[in-house]
Design a protein around this ligand. Structure first.
Ligand SMILES: [Zn+2]
Ligand SMILES: [Zn+2]
Length: 113
């Protein structure tokens, strides 16, 4: 991955339940908040250090059984964001690389229905 790849814009719509990222290479990603919360990269949500990079992009396509909202987003250095969720959780550091790997668009994730 291009070392300079980074978001040029991050927007959240809690009413639509989606977080969108525009990337420096022109790519556009839309993440359903439910999937983003369930794919939180922190060790607790991953279920242990051995599974730190196992994410399920299928979670972006389920009918959310629970509504999550983003209260705040904090940039960590120049490689990640921390998301503050309405359920009080804020341990997850979403690195650019992780977010891009998780992108559920048809181009990045052709397996989607
Ligand atoms: Zn977490
Ligand atoms: Zn994509």
């Amino acid at each position: 991955m291009d070392q300079d790849l980074r978001p040029t814009g991050i927007e959240v719509s809690n009413s639509d339940g989606v977080l969108t990222i525009d990337w420096s290479d022109g790519h556009h990603s839309e993440y359903a908040l439910f999937g983003l919360r369930k794919n939180c990269p922190c060790v607790v949500c991953r279920g242990g250090h051995g599974q730190m990079n196992t994410f399920d992009r299928g979670l972006f396509f389920v009918d959310p059984p629970q509504k999550f909202e983003v209260k705040n987003i904090q940039q960590i250095g120049n490689h990640a964001i921390k998301i503050f969720w309405n359920d009080g959780h804020n341990n997850g550091m979403y690195q650019w690389q992780t977010l891009r790997d998780m992108c559920p668009c048809k181009e990045c994730y052709p397996e989607q229905e």
